[in-house]
Design a protein around this ligand. Structure first.
Ligand code: B16
Ligand code: MG
Length: 219
């Protein structure tokens, strides 16, 4: 049995859901006559559904009532869910399923830490639900990363002390959330952007759990 806990962000670490969020938000923005580009979409990564809508309304210089905003979030999510329902296992990011299986086989406890309320459905569509000992999603947390709430809750679920938890994140705010929780962070992406993380890897292809833990012990 390992003493370690691994906590994974979802979008950008396990699967690229950002492209589906973009398609659904773009459809809504078009209906509202608000210009919305893929570059604008970068600002929505890791941000809650309502906060994402508020960014889009700000781009369009528009104000709405709370009820109107709730209805727009619902519309966007209905479209997003249509895309997610068709998600396939082949859309898992390279190497991540093998890495999760290695960790699971090594007795490492695994949690998901995501802002998405659709996380359970996404894990199910990808066929990886059973690899997770805990799922902390947007229905369980109210404070966005860099607040550590999502990872602190995950560590509690796993029963692992933060100093033995490793967070896998593709966003700067997520790396900061890991550090705010007293955990180590592995950045998935480029060192220029994620330089604050203890270790940065481009992805999970050819990465072994043993090598990764050894590298982390030396930082
Ligand atoms: P939902 P993560 C985040 O996932 C996405 O990056 C972000 O773009 C999205 O708005 C948020 O989930 C909420 O998603 O509308 O499905 O509840 O990066 O925290 O895994
Ligand atoms: Mg992410």
């Amino acid at each position: 049995m390992s003493q370690y806990g691994f906590l994974f962000d979802l979008d950008g670490v396990i699967v690229d859901t950002a492209k589906y969020h973009f398609l659904a938000w773009k459809r809504l923005a078009d209906e509202l006559d608000i210009p919305f580009t893929e570059q604008d979409n970068e600002r929505l990564k890791g941000v809650s559904r309502m906060a994402s809508l508020e960014i889009i309304l700000e781009i369009g210089n528009r104000t709405m009532t709370e009820d109107e905003k709730q209805a727009l979030c619902q519309r966007k999510n209905d479209w997003y869910v249509e895309y997610i329902k068709k998600l396939e296992k082949s859309e898992l990011l390279p190497g991540v399923e093998n890495f999760l299986k290695q960790a699971h086989a090594a007795g490492i406890k695994i949690a998901l830490g995501s802002a998405s309320k659709n996380s359970p459905m996404i894990l199910d569509r990808l066929g990886i639900t059973e690899l997770f000992d805990a799922v902390v999603d947007g229905t369980r947390v109210s404070r966005a990363k860099p607040d550590p709430e999502v990872f602190v809750t995950g560590a509690e679920d796993l029963g692992i002390d933060p100093e033995y938890c490793v967070v896998f994140e593709d966003a700067v705010a997520g790396v900061q959330a890991a550090h705010n929780a007293g955990m180590k962070a592995v950045g998935i992406g480029s060192p220029e952007i994620l330089g604050q993380a203890e270790l940065v890897i481009p992805g999970f292809a050819n990465v072994t759990v043993n090598d990764l833990l050894q590298k982390l012990e030396n930082v």
